[in-house]
Write a protein that binds this ligand. Structure first.
Ligand SMILES: [Zn+2]
Length: 235
């Protein structure tokens, strides 16, 4: 049984949005990142280069394993039964306590579709359907991450990542083909603005809870507890 399964439409999405959360928990909990695609439609880099970058980032994150569902980049679809079954198979195989997935408001269509696909698989893996891809399993928690600052009033959980922030940046630095510009690179939003966007967001989230850097997880359930002293609220 795996503690946390993190779904990432493309390699590097998980690191950008929850890299700090992963690093912070990977010494105590088992974590697997599931890339849906290898990101072959990216303007820069190729599959060989990207795989080396992924391997270097994995070592820094301290995760147990990283797998790829080999869905074509830019073809992630919540309408595909084949893709849905791949995700259900993964959830039933690894039996995670927590699933972390992209949120619906990211700009990239693959991210929006991944949100719908994972949310559907989260529910359906617990139902008596698609039994050819494994026995029914109910994962208890699903959280979402976003590249943007979400202004709607969904529930948010903040994780102080100040103490390991240098490691998050180091993990992101491994994706040179995506986030660094060189003479051969095509200029993209990713290599021009993405690191600035993410560090600004982490800084803003930190300021919200009185620390230097923080990541947020979104959730759409209701929080329930036996003991109201068991969690912390920041005002
Ligand atoms: Zn992406």
């Amino acid at each position: 049984m795996i503690n946390i399964l993190v779904f990432s439409p493309h390699p590097d999405d998980a690191e950008l949005c929850v890299g700090g959360t992963i690093i912070k928990h990977s010494d105590k909990y088992s974590i697997i990142i599931v890339d849906l695609s290898i990101g072959e439609c990216s303007a820069n880099g190729n599959n060989t280069v990207r795989q080396k970058e992924i391997d270097r980032a994995n070592a820094l994150l301290g995760i147990n394993e990283r797998i790829c569902l080999d869905i074509n980049d830019c073809e992630i679809s919540s309408n595909s039964t084949e893709q849905l079954k791949k995700v259900i198979y993964t959830i039933r195989k690894y039996r995670p306590s927590i699933i972390i997935s992209p949120y619906m408001l990211d700009n990239h269509p693959d991210h929006k579709e991944t949100y719908k696909l994972i949310k559907s698989a989260f529910k359906k893996s617990s139902l008596n359907v698609y039994l050819d891809v494994g026995p029914v399993y109910r994962c208890k928690y699903i959280y979402y991450y976003s590249q943007d600052i979400i202004s709607n009033n969904c529930n948010k959980l903040y994780i102080d990542i100040t103490d390991i922030y240098d490691k998050k940046l180091l993990a992101l630095e491994q994706y040179k083909s995506q986030f660094k510009m060189n003479m051969a690179s095509k200029v993209t939003y990713l290599n021009k603005y993405m690191i600035q966007k993410i560090t600004s967001k982490d800084t803003y989230n930190g300021a919200l809870i009185g620390c230097e850097y923080a990541e947020e997880l979104l959730y759409d359930g209701l929080m329930v507890c036996d003991n109201i002293f068991d969690y912390e609220l920041y005002y």
